[in-house]
Design a protein around this ligand. Structure first.
Ligand SMILES: Cc1cc2nc3c(=O)[nH]c(=O)nc-3n(C[C@H](O)[C@H](O)[C@H](O)COP(=O)(O)OP(=O)(O)OC[C@H]3O[C@@H](n4cnc5c(N)ncnc54)[C@H](O)[C@@H]3O)c2cc1C
Length: 432
């Protein structure tokens, strides 16, 4: 009977080490450094590199990857348990070699890349020496890839790329971008695009600006609005086959979505922990907030929603490990993706609320968390699109009836039951 909710003791020891290490060594980085992906920044290098070395020494570097790629081959379930811890700190994923979007980019380079591509782009990415960007969304449309127009045209032994991409996260720190471009405009929608590796320094890769999210804090953001102007890249920089771009993207996005959910679980837990501490500390009208029934409802609702979400994430991770194919687990991943922003939002908002004015202030992390919960409803495809996927996949397991009344219509069920058992019962008319 394999239905077990326990973590095996040996891995729990690793989780305990990770938890202590993140609390003491990594969380402080969030308060003294800028962007985690700014890997060439001297301060980042000075503080992050030794911690990465420690993680490698402990055998916990890029654990989700197969051993031949320098990981432990832990798979998604163990990664989920790790990511719950890493999700608490901005710098933790980069310290452990499993940050987005590099983890997803590494996954497709490993799966679809040629030996040369792996050596030139994958290896330094896995070593943590460089970061990358994923350049898919365009200004005129993100949720619907059939609206993409960024074009790659063959020219001798090269491809020439022209078009714009929007919200290519970390483009300004990236050594290369993985780009989805239209190569075959007349092909069926799923075969129109191909994936390319574009070195960031290629002439014509112009970052118009790096957009920030949320309230204007005057700081340059990280989400590149990129104009590709006559960008010439060698033909061998196509990733996967011509026309396969959509399939390659789906492989990557499946992993990316579940990894976001694992890390988000860490933030939900963080908000919940802060909420509990607060209600057990703050007094009003002669008693603790924890004694107020309306506050108790907030704690109970938050715990229930958080635990439901956690189980859905862990079960989905377990199913990915079982099937080893994101497409087989599409419904589950879409469900996790659709559930994530609401649970995160609701728990963070309640945690903010019980902190009152302090909760609204920039001296606590709640407004950032609420903003991030909204971000989770958009990034990697909006919630609506994922709900559509869930509904379509779920309905594949059902069929309609051509009868006038539903198959569970009670009078019909009763008639059937009487036909089956009526002769065995002493029926009194009107007693049934
Ligand atoms: C913080 C952040 C980081 C990102 N990083 C990257 C990145 O690294 N690389 C990258 O390529 N992209 C990235 N994106 C872009 C992201 O993938 C897109 O924003 C997302 O796919 C939605 O596309 P859009 O913004 O064009 O919205 P649109 O497609 O215009 O959709 C707008 C809204 O319309 C509604 N809607 C859309 N489709 C449907 C539907 N089928 N049914 C019902 N309602 C619908 C939804 O409410 C949706 O939010 C990032 C976005 C954010 C916010």
């Amino acid at each position: 009977m394999a239905w077990d909710f326990e973590t095996d003791p040996e891995f729990q020891t690793s989780l305990d080490w990770i938890d202590a290490f993140v609390r003491t060594e990594v969380e402080p980085l969030d308060h003294v450094l800028g962007y985690p992906h700014d890997v060439q920044n001297p301060d980042n290098r000075k503080l992050v590199k030794p911690l990465q070395a420690k993680v490698k020494e402990m055998g916990l570097w890029a654990c989700h990857l197969e051993p031949e790629l320098g990981g432990q081959g832990y798979g998604q379930l163990k990664l989920a348990l790790m990511n719950e811890i890493l999700g608490r700190a901005r710098f933790a994923p980069i310290v452990f070699g499993c940050q987005a979007p590099d983890s997803g980019n590494a996954e497709i380079l490993a799966k679809y890349g040629t030996e040369e591509q792996k050596e030139r782009y994958l290896q330094p990415l896995l070593d943590g020496d460089i970061v990358s960007s994923f350049s898919m969304t365009e200004p005129q449309g993100g949720s619907d890839p059939t609206m993409f127009t960024c074009r790659a045209e063959p020219d001798g032994n090269h491809w020439v790329i022209n078009g714009e991409k929007w919200f290519s996260s970390n483009a300004r720190f990236a050594s290369f971008l993985i780009l989805l471009a239209v190569t075959d405009p007349d092909a069926p929608p799923a075969r129109r695009m191909s994936m390319f590796i574009v070195p960031r320094e290629t002439p014509g890769v112009n970052i118009l600006r790096s957009v920030n999210v949320g309230i204007d804090n005057g700081r340059e953001g990280t989400h590149g609005y990129v104009r590709y102007e006559n960008v010439r890249i060698p033909a061998d920089h196509m990733l996967g086959e011509r026309g396969q771009g959509f399939v390659v993207a789906q492989t990557r996005l499946g992993g990316g979505r579940i990894h976001h959910a694992m890390r988000t679980m860490g933030q939900i837990r963080r908000a919940f922990d802060m909420m509990c501490e607060r209600v057990l500390s703050r007094r009003t009208k002669g008693e603790l907030l924890a004694s107020k029934q309306l506050v108790q409802a907030m704690v109970a609702d938050s715990w229930i929603e958080m635990e439901q979400f956690r189980l859905l994430v862990l079960r989905t991770a377990w199913r990915i490990d079982k099937h080893k194919n994101y497409l087989e687990v599409r419904k589950d991943i879409a469900a996790v993706k659709a559930a994530m922003p609401k649970v995160y939002h609701d728990v963070a908002v309640r945690a903010l609320q019980v902190h009152g004015s302090l909760g609204m202030s920039n001296e606590m992390p709640f407004t950032s968390q609420v903003l991030n919960s909204l971000r989770m409803g958009i990034v990697d495809g909006p919630t609506e699109v994922h709900k559509v996927t869930v509904a379509r996949q779920v309905l594949r397991g059902y069929q309609g009836t051509d009868k006038l009344f539903p198959t569970q219509h009670l009078p019909a069920l009763k008639e059937k039951a009487l036909a089956r058992y009526g002769h065995m019962l002493e029926l009194e008319i009107g007693n049934l």
